[in-house]
Write a protein that binds this ligand. Structure first.
Ligand code: C2E
Ligand code: MG
Ligand code: MG
Length: 607
C-alpha cells in the first residue's frame, strides 16, 4: 500500500530540541517542518497545512497556550491536532493545555517510542475523522442530490398532472358543447335541468321554465342555399337568442335547428311567455349573412318547471310537445305545455304503434263510394276510400290515421295497397262480368308523400300490369293543398301518369288557394269541388256561393267539374242547373263495402 507521507510541524524556540525530534521523525518516514516562533508557524501553515503540530509550551514571546488558542481560532488550522510538549508535569498545566484545544500532552524528556505512538494515534484519529467528515459531506451531497432529484420529479409530475387536467377540461368541454355554436349541448343541458329540478325540490321559492325552440322550415335553407349557409345561419340565430336572454339563463343547441333554453330566477309563467315573445320578435328581423339575407322564424314550446317531474328529460320532452303544438297551430309562435297535450302525445304514440301492427296484420279495408254522371244520372266511377278495421276500436275513418301514417312513413305501404286492391277489385268485376258497361272507373286518392319517391311510376305500372286493369279506368285524386307544396316533382309525375291515359283529378278544390295560372300548368282532367263549398251552396240560395265560379273555372280550362258532399236533392238540382258534370255524396250512397257496392251497381240506379 502506498503510504502517504505525513507532514508534521514542530514549533519550538530551542533548536536543539528541534533537531533531535526532526531526526527521529524523519527516520520514521514523516516530513518535518520547524518553526521557532508563532510568526514562522503562520508562514509555514500558509504554504501548506501540516497534518499534525507538535507545540512547546514554554516560548519567549507568545507561549504555547496562546499559540494553541490562536491556531484553534484560525479557520485553516482549527482542525489540525496539536500535541503539547513540556517539561512541566503538573496536572494543573495539563488541564490548562487541554482547555486550549490540544489533543495530547507529552512530557519531556521524550521517550521517542511514546512520541511516535502518540503521533501515530492522533494522525490515525485525524485521518479517520477526515474520512468521516468526507463521508458525511458525500452523504450530505447525495441526500441533497436525491432531494433535488425528488423535487425535480415532483415538479415534472405536477406539470404532467396540470397538462392532463387541462386536457381533461378541454375534452370535457368538447363533450359537453356544440362545436358549431360553442353552446352547451343536450347532455350538458339535461344536467342543468337536473340541477334546476333538484333546487326546485329543495327550495319552494326557486322557479324555472324550459323552452324548446325549433326553427321553422330550416330545411329549406339547407336544401336551397347549402349547409354552409345553414351553419352560418345557426350561429347567427344562437347569437340572437343569447342576446334575448339574461346571464342567469342557459341557452343550448340540442341538435340540428333545435335549441333549449333554461330560464331561472323568474317569477311566473308570464315572465317566460314574455321572454318567448321577445325571442320571436328578435328572430323575425332579417339575418344578414355573408352572402344572403335570410328570414327565419321559430316555434317555441314553453314548459313551466314543476317540481313534480322525476326526470329532467321529461321537462324537455313536454317543452318539445308544446313546440309541436305551436308548429301545428301555424308556426312562428309559442305554445305553453299543459298535461292534456301529454295525453294526446301518448295517444298518438299508441296510434303509431297500432298502425305498424295494422300494416303487418293487413287490417285495412277499401270502401267504395259512387260518383254519378249528372248527364246520365248513372254511376260512372267509384272512389276507393280506405278504412282501418281496428281490433278494439272497430272501423276507423282515414282522417284519424292517414296523417299519422304519413308522419311515420307508413303511408306508402298503405296507399299502394289501396291502389292495388281497388284495381284488383275492379279488374275482377270485369272478369267475372259483374258489370256490363266497360266504362266504370275507380278513383284512388294518392298522398303527396308518394310523390316524393322515385319508384312511384314503376310501382303504379306494376300494379296495372299485375291486375290487368285498363289505365283508362283508373283515376287518381290528389289534394290541392298538397300540390302547392312540392309542385315541380309532382308535376313531373303527373305528366307521366297522363301519358299512361290515367285520369287526374284535383281533389278538395278550393281549399288550397292555388292561382288559376298555376292550375293551368298541371295536366288535370277534372276539378273536384270540396264539400264545404257544396254545403254552403244552400245557405246562399241566390248566388249559390262559389260553386258556380268553380264550375266555370273547370269548364274554361277544359276540365270536368265534380261536386263532392252532395246530400240533398236541392243541391243536386242546383248542380244540374249549373251544368256540373259529376256528383258524389250521401244522397246517392255512403262509401260501402265492396259486396254492397256491387249490389248497388247491379241494381243500375239512376238519379
Ligand atoms: P276525400 O278524398 O275528399 O274523400 C271524400 C270524403 O268525403 C270521404 O271521407 C267521404 O266519405 C266523405 N263524403 C262523401 N260524401 C259525403 C257527403 O255527402 N257528406 C259528407 N259530409 N261527407 C261525404 P272519408 O272516407 O272519411 O275520407 C276522408 C279523406 O281521407 C279523403 O277525402 C281522402 O283525402 C283521405 N283518404 C281516404 N282514403 C284514402 C287513401 O286510400 N289514400 C289517401 N292518401 N287518402 C285517403
Ligand atoms: Mg278523394
Ligand atoms: Mg275531397
Amino acid at each position: 500500500m502506498n503510504r502517504i507521507t505525513r507532514d508534521i510541524l514542530v514549533i519550538d524556540n530551542k533548536p536543539d530540541n528541534l533537531r533531535s525530534l526532526f531526526s527521529v521523525l524523519h527516520d520514521n518516514g514523516y516530513n518535518v517542518r520547524e518553526a521557532l516562533t508563532w510568526q514562522m508557524a503562520v508562514e509555514i501553515c500558509k504554504i501548506k497545512l501540516p497534518d499534525l503540530i507538535l507545540l512547546d509550551i514554554i516560548m519567549p514571546d507568545i507561549d504555547g497556550y496562546e499559540i494553541c488558542l490562536r491556531l484553534k481560532k484560525w479557520h485553516l488550522t482549527a482542525d489540525i491536532p496539536i500535541i503539547f510538549m513540556s517539561t512541566i508535569n503538573d496536572i494543573f498545566d495539563k488541564v490548562k493545555a487541554f482547555n486550549t484545544g490540544c489533543v495530547d500532552y507529552i512530557t519531556k524528556p521524550f521517550a521517542f517510542e511514546e512520541v511516535l505512538a502518540r503521533i501515530n494515534n492522533h494522525l490515525e484519529l485525524r485521518r479517520v475523522k477526515i474520512e468521516i467528515l468526507q463521508l458525511n459531506s458525500e452523504l450530505e451531497n447525495r441526500v441533497k442530490k436525491r432531494t433535488q432529484d425528488l423535487e425535480n420529479a415532483l415538479k415534472e409530475l405536477q406539470h404532467s398532472i396540470h397538462v392532463r387536467q387541462e386536457l381533461q377540461t378541454k375534452l370535457l368541454d368538447i363533450v359537453l358543447h356544440d362545436s358549431l355554436t360553442g353552446l352547451p349541448n343536450r347532455v350538458l343541458f339535461i344536467r342543468k335541468l337536473e340541477n334546476a329540478l333538484g333546487q326546485a325540490k329543495q327550495e319552494p321559492s326557486y322557479k324555472f321554465a324550459v323552452l324548446f325552440l325549433d326553427c321553422d322550415r330550416f330545411k329549406v335553407i339547407n336544401d336551397s342555399l347549402g349547409h354552409l349557409v345553414g351553419d352560418e345561419l345557426l350561429v347567427a340565430i344562437a347569437h340572437r337568442l343569447q342576446a334575448s336572454l339574461s346571464p342567469f339563463d342557459t341557452l343550448s343547441r340540442l341538435g340540428g335547428d333545435e335549441f333549449g333554453i333554461l330560464l331561472e330566477n323568474i317569477t311566473d309563467i308570464n315572465s317566460a311567455i314574455m321572454i318567448a315573445e321577445e325571442i320571436l320578435k328578435n328572430l323575425s328581423i332579417a339575418f344578414h349573412l355573408s352572402r344572403y339575407e335570410v328570414f327565419m322564424n321559430a316555434s317555441i314550446g314553453i314548459n313551466w318547471g314543476s317540481r313534480d317531474y322525476d326526470q329532467p328529460e321529461y321537462l324537455l320532452r313536454d317543452a318539445d310537445t308544446a313546440m309541436y303544438r305551436a308548429k301545428a297551430l301555424g308556426r312562428a309562435r309559442y305554445h305553453v305545455f299543459d298535461p292534456l297535450m301529454y295525453q294526446e302525445a301518448i295517444k298518438l304514440l299508441q296510434l303509431e304503434n297500432d298502425l305498424r301492427k295494422a300494416v303487418e296484420r293487413q287490417e285495412f279495408l277499401v270502401y267504395y263510394q259512387p260518383i254519378i254522371s249528372l248527364s246520365t244520372g248513372k254511376i260512372t266511377s267509384l272512389e276507393a276510400l280506405v278504412r282501418w278495421q281496428h281490433p278494439i276500436r272497430g272501423l276507423v275513418p282515414p282522417i284519424e290515421f292517414i296523417p299519422a301514417s304519413e308522419e311515420i312513413g307508413l303511408i306508402n305501404e298503405i296507399n299502394l295497397w289501396v291502389l292495388q286492391t281497388a284495381c284488383e277489385t275492379l279488374a275482377n268485376w270485369y272478369e267475372q262480368k259483374l258489370i256490363d258497361d266497360d266504362s266504370l272507373c275507380v278513383n284512388v286518392n294518392l298522398s303527396a308523400r308518394l310523390f316524393s319517391q322515385k319508384e312511384l311510376i314503376t310501382q303504379i305500372d306494376t300494379i296495372i300490369e299485375h291486375t290487368g286493369i285498363n289505365p283508362i279506368n283508373l283515376k287518381i285524386e290528389i289534394t290541392e293543398s298538397v300540390i302547392m307544396e312540392n309542385s315541380t316533382a309532382i308535376k313531373n309525375i303527373l305528366y307521366q301518369l297522363k301519358e299512361r291515359n290515367i285520369f287526374l283529378i284535383m281533389d278538395d278544390f278550393g281549399t288550397g288557394y292555388s292561382s288559376l295560372s298555376y292550375l293551368h300548368s298541371f295536366p288535370f282532367n277534372s276539378l273536384k269541388i270540396d264539400k264545404s263549398f257544396v254545403k254552403r251552396m244552400q245557405e246562399n240560395q241566390e248566388n249559390m256561393g262559389l260553386v258556380p265560379a268553380m264550375i266555370g273555372i273547370a269548364h274554361s280550362m277544359g276540365m270536368a267539374a265534380i261536386a263532392e258532399g252532395v246530400e240533398t236533392p236541392e243541391q243536386l238540382a242546383q248542380l244540374r242547373s249549373l251544368n256540373c258534370d259529376y256528383a258524389q255524396g250521401y244522397l246517392f250512397s255512403h262509401p260501402l263495402h265492396q259486396e254492397l257496392i256491387i249490389d248497388l251497381i247491379s241494381s243500375s240506379p239512376q238519379w
